[in-house]
Design a protein around this ligand. Sequence first.
Ligand SMILES: [Zn+2]
Length: 87
Amino acid sequence: MNKRELLKGLTKEQRKKAMSTTSHEELLELAKEEGIELTNEQLEVISGGGICSAGYQVTCPKCDSLDVDELPDGRYKCNKCHKEFED
Ligand SMILES: [Zn+2]
């Protein structure tokens, strides 16, 4: 389960906020503020740091670079070959 899957069922506004969090503490705090009910599986991923840890690493499908930025619309852009792609 990655961050995107975790955000399924949230409103667009909530997703935006959640995607901008940089730590699982922040995400948990946000969930509390927004009154988002998290399943045990989701909590496990968050508390395990699964979202922010290196285990969730996006690579460029074209050049396999790890130097990839997430775009505001949820897609990704490679900083090496500048390819834009979806997860
Ligand atoms: Zn690339």
